[in-house]
Design a protein. Structure first.
Length: 193
């Protein structure tokens, strides 16, 4: 049964030697068909036009990371935190981001340094700087190839972390009620002494 189906499909799909007929209707419209009808005249169809495309050009091999292509000059820029930014102190980690153009090639990595010390990271464009203390900080970034050679360096970014505001307990004046802050705001309790 399977063979019969395959043979029938092959016969149906093979180019047939069917004739084509042209019929001109009384209104002047022209119809082409493969079924002979009254008033139809056979049409001679020549060989089909075909086009063979030339083979595509050979692709040049991608340079390996070890090869230093002098035409590829990366440009790196630190995009976060912004230069001159004043960040509020929080217990969350500060995140640094860099942008490399035209693009990172395999084997390249980005090294961040914060206040002169290397930041642990996977070599990608985003790294957590950790919980930073109050004060001014300097962030730098550079692109290295697989051999450790510096390919590009970003302009350093200076940003600061603001000192958290401390709420001090006031002693009530004689005849005034106790401090209204105490006991109402649990997060504020850590700042009340």
């Amino acid at each position: 049964m399977k063979r019969l189906t395959i043979v029938l499909l092959a016969l149906l799909l093979s180019p047939a030697q069917a004739e084509t007929y042209r019929i001109v209707h009384p209104d002047g419209s022209v119809e082409y068909t493969d079924a002979p009808r009254e008033g139809a005249e056979p049409v001679e169809i020549g060989e089909l036009n075909t086009y063979s495309a030339p083979p595509p050009p050979a692709l040049s091999p991608i340079a390996s990371p070890e090869e230093d292509d002098p035409t590829v000059k990366p440009n790196i820029r630190i995009v976060a935190p912004a230069d001159g930014a004043e960040l509020e102190w929080s217990s969350e980690s500060v995140v640094a981001k860099a942008m490399v153009r035209p693009r990172m090639l395999p084997g390249w990595r980005i090294i961040f340094t914060l206040d002169g010390a290397r930041v642990k990271g996977d070599g990608g464009a985003v790294v957590e700087l950790g919980e930073l203390g109050p004060g001014e900080h300097t962030l730098e970034a550079r692109v290295l190839n697989s051999t450790g050679r510096r390919l590009a360096r970003a302009e350093s970014v200076r940003f600061s972390i603001k000192q958290p505001t401390r709420v001090r307990e006031r002693k009530p004046l004689p005849g005034q009620p106790d401090n209204p802050i105490r006991g109402q705001h649990p997060k504020m309790q850590q700042y009340i002494r």
